[in-house]
Design a protein around this ligand. Structure first.
Ligand code: SF4
Ligand code: SF4
Length: 239
């Protein structure tokens, strides 16, 4: 089990990258990763067997390795961990196939913690990784769904019921009738029940998920905060 006090931080003679960022700032960020209560439960030493790499889909397509993540975190290598926070962690698809690790390591879990810190701290990489998803974040967090008509294929989602077949057969018509912005297409997917969306708003506000958006996109954060608070107020829910 990794332990920040038992394993002194490794300080390389030469920074692995991002030399413009002071070491103390890198350490401040990695301290936050290490302080997360999940962190020690994700690392138990490494056999260097490569099973996690063989199981990892991202390792097939990118210069990415869950083994490098696990080893850097186990050594508490500040420079390398910071570099990974700015680069590697965004290649992970969070599938957790790396849980096959015979030592019980969870490189995907370490990445989850690193991503959360990167988003909360508004790291350049987090902003850039999430930039293309602002519309999806907006749609999911305002409506509770991200379904668009293109996804409505009976073969793909037979459990969605007969309406899916009707819509998919007339998809071209729907595409002409509805504006292209995905936000306006939710009624052709499913409508999230009022009670569910209110519950989601409370969860996102109370867990700090909405706050995390502020660091990466303040504009969307402002709009979402307004939508959620207004809706909760209408329902007499006070936070
Ligand atoms: S969770 Fe990430 S690191 Fe683990 S197997 Fe999936 S893509 Fe690879
Ligand atoms: S599967 Fe586990 S023990 Fe093997 S290389 Fe990956 S992290 Fe190390």
């Amino acid at each position: 089990m990794a332990n920040a006090t038992a394993h002194p931080y490794l300080k390389l003679a030469e920074p692995a990258g991002f030399a413009e960022v002071p070491f103390d700032e890198k350490k401040r960020l990695i301290d936050k990763v290490v302080a997360d209560p999940r962190f020690p439960h994700y690392l138990y030493g490494c056999y260097e067997c490569g099973i996690c790499v063989a199981a990892c889909p991202s390792a097939r397509f990118y210069d990415f390795s869950p083994r490098r993540i696990a080893q850097a975190a186990a050594r508490l290598d500040i420079e390398l961990m910071f570099q990974q926070m700015e680069e590697d962690i965004w290649e992970c698809s969070q599938c957790f196939s790396c849980l096959r690790c015979p030592r019980g390591n969870n490189p995907g879990g370490v990445i989850t913690v690193m991503r959360e810190v990167a988003v909360k701290e508004g790291l350049r990489s987090a902003k850039s990784a999430l930039e293309g998803y602002s519309r999806i974040i907006y749609k999911i967090m305002s409506t509770g769904t991200q379904v668009s008509p293109d996804m409505l294929q009976p073969d793909a989602f037979p459990d969605w019921g007969p309406e899916v077949k009707d819509v998919s057969e007339n998809l071209a018509l729907w595409r002409r009738a509805l504006p292209p912005e995905t936000h306006h297409t939710t009624t052709t997917g499913w409508e999230v029940a009022d009670s569910t969306i209110l519950e989601l708003y409370v969860i996102w506000l109370e867990t700090g998920a909405l706050e995390m958006i502020r660091e990466v996109d303040s504009g969307i954060h402002m709009i979402l905060e307004e939508i959620m608070e207004e809706r909760l107020e209408e329902e007499g829910i006070e936070l």
